[in-house]
Design a protein around this ligand. Structure first.
Ligand SMILES: Cc1cc2nc3c(=O)[nH]c(=O)nc-3n(C[C@H](O)[C@H](O)[C@H](O)COP(=O)(O)OP(=O)(O)OC[C@H]3O[C@@H](n4cnc5c(N)ncnc54)[C@H](O)[C@@H]3O)c2cc1C
Length: 491
């Protein structure tokens, strides 16, 4: 087990029935659970990582509940771990040492949508599916970005983790979309960041305030519990198309993606290696690529309000592919996803977001893990070839995803495994593979995002010493007793 920061050897300060009844007095008995099955389930997520079961689960209804629980936990030195749907794929919401699991799913209101100033204010339990339905029905002139995560997972939690979205190529990670947050610190103090720290009438920007929102980003709830956030919306586009292309040469694929990024014609570009296509069509653990089968699929999203602009963007795409063909690289496509769905309905899962990628989740043992990294797109080719080789050496399908982010300033490289969580040998094999991938990719500048605790324990000493010290001081200032998600970011 992983003892937490400041919580090593933690034992509950009171008998568990007393702990539960003290919490019930604060939030109501129906919001407190000590059901052993639920406590056990909370110690695992989709991955190979295991936590310790919490002592109790509390489901707050609002800000006052969160404040009351934190004041109590802080005075009694009890760990508090925030979680929404626990799909972060990194063990980030698994208690390292018991304590209170703060289940934020009960705070699930969309509090405001401002279509003129392009933002919405949401609570942590608001899901992608909920936002999509609300905006489509009431604010069709706006659009939001979606991740590939299941529709019933948290938008706000994603923005606290630098998530990757289908508009991230244009507008950056989901944390870049934050105008600010409302958060409760360990002692119950409520803070607001961004424009709402000063203004009672607008929350459409983070500027010109000092960027204290960053104190809650990528820190996995170790600095405070976020109770609401203002998140940017974008202008809607009348015309939206998704195209698929099949490529046979990895380096040519990346060259094409880099060219398309420079042309600035796409909202999103994603490369998926061949196992994805086979899994989409029902194969569980594809190991072999047939002769003549493409090496990768690339999808492209293009949007505009004008047909003439769409036509121009498409002609630039055709020109780029033609240049590749002249250089000897074969391509299939571009194929409009609407036509692909007619030929092969399985493509529907990749046609519209949010989507549930059931082929990654619904299999015996239901395990899903990955090493997801952000790094330099100039080194994609080298990094992918290395990662693919390592996956094959470990007898896993070379399932990789790459996406350019923030106008190409950096890119995603994610190596994905599905496995049976109930088979110890498979769990061990995934842990070994992930360790080998991080070991190989970090020196190339590919840093694991949504960073799991084990990565810090293995490689944290390579983080700049001054950075670590500053982070330690910041955390001690905000959470002097180390009660918030102990064990994560073990600096
Ligand atoms: C098949 C699949 C595909 C996915 N694709 C993507 C993708 O394309 N892009 C992407 O970004 N992600 C992806 N994900 C990861 C994940 O599903 C999303 O990031 C999702 O939005 C996380 O929501 P959650 O409710 O599961 O968060 P959780 O896992 O519950 O929480 C995430 C983190 O936030 C902390 N936290 C939760 N609530 C609070 C709070 N109120 N205050 C402070 N900290 C808090 C938790 O402790 C944890 O550290 C994918 C997952 C799956 C299973």
């Amino acid at each position: 087990m992983n003892p937490g920061r400041g919580m090593r050897g933690y034992t509950p300060p009171m008998p568990l029935p007393e702990l539960a009844s003290r919490l019930a007095a604060l939030v109501g008995a129906d919001r407190v659970s000590t059901d052993p099955a639920k406590l056990r389930e909370a110690a695992r997520d989709l991955t190979e990582i295991r936590g310790t079961p919490p002592d109790v689960i509390v489901r707050p209804a609002g800000l006052e509940h969160v404040q009351a629980v934190l004041r109590f936990a802080n005075s009694e030195r009890i760990p508090v771990v925030p979680v929404v749907f626990n799909t972060n794929v990194g063990g980030l919401a698994l208690p390292s040492n018991g304590g209170i699991l703060l289940d934020m799913t009960g705070m699930n209101r969309i509090l405001e949508v401002n279509a003129d100033d392009l933002y919405m204010v949401v609570e942590p339990g608001v899901t992608w599916g909920q936002v999509k339905e609300h905006l489509d029905r009431n604010y069709p002139q706006t659009r939001f970005a979606y991740s590939l995560s299941p529709p019933d997972t948290s938008v706000l939690a994603n923005t606290l983790m630098d998530g990757l979205l289908n508009l991230s190529l244009r507008f950056g990670t989901s944390s870049d979309w934050l105008n600010g947050v409302e958060a409760v610190l360990a002692d119950g103090t409520v803070v607001r960041t961004g424009a709402a720290a000063w203004s009672t009438v607008q929350w459409c920007s983070s500027a010109p305030m000092p960027d204290l929102t960053g104190l809650f980003v990528n820190l996995h709830g170790t600095t405070g519990i976020v109770t609401k956030a203002s998140i940017r919306l974008q202008h809607g586009k009348r015309l939206r198309r998704r195209y698929f292309m099949m490529g046979y040469d990895l380096r040519a694929c990346y060259t094409t993606i880099r060219t398309l990024v420079r042309e600035e014609i796409c909202d999103d570009i994603g490369l998926l290696t061949w196992p994805v296509a086979k899994m989409l069509f029902g194969e569980k653990r594809p190991r072999w690529r047939g002769p003549g089968e493409p090496l990768a699929m690339i999808y492209l999203d293009v949007s505009s309000n004008r047909q003439a602009e769409m036509d121009l963007r498409l002609s630039i795409l055709e020109e780029t592919l033609e240049a590749g063909r002249k250089a000897g690289h074969a391509w299939q496509g571009p194929l409009d996803v609407r036509d692909l769905v007619k030929i092969e309905p399985a493509f529907r899962k990749l046609a519209e977001f949010p989507t549930r990628l059931d082929f990654m989740l619904d299999h015996p043992g239901g395990g899903l893990s990955w090493v997801g990294t952000y790094g330099p797109t100039s080194r994609w080719d080298e990094a992918t070839e290395l990662a693919v080789r390592i996956m094959e050496e470990h007898a896993f399908p070379p399932f990789a995803v790459a996406r350019p982010m923030a106008q190409g300033h950096f890119g995603v490289l994610r190596l994905i495994e599905t496995f049976d969580r109930d088979k110890p040998a498979e769990v061990e094999a995934v842990a070994k593979l992930n360790a080998a991938l991080v070991e190989a990719l970090l020196p190339l500048g590919f840093i694991p995002y949504k960073t799991p605790e084990w990565v810090f324990r293995a490689h944290g000493s390579k983080i700049d010493a001054g950075f670590r010290e500053m982070l330690r001081r910041v955390r001690s200032a905000l959470d002097p007793n180390g009660i918030l998600n102990p064990g994560k970011w073990p600096v």
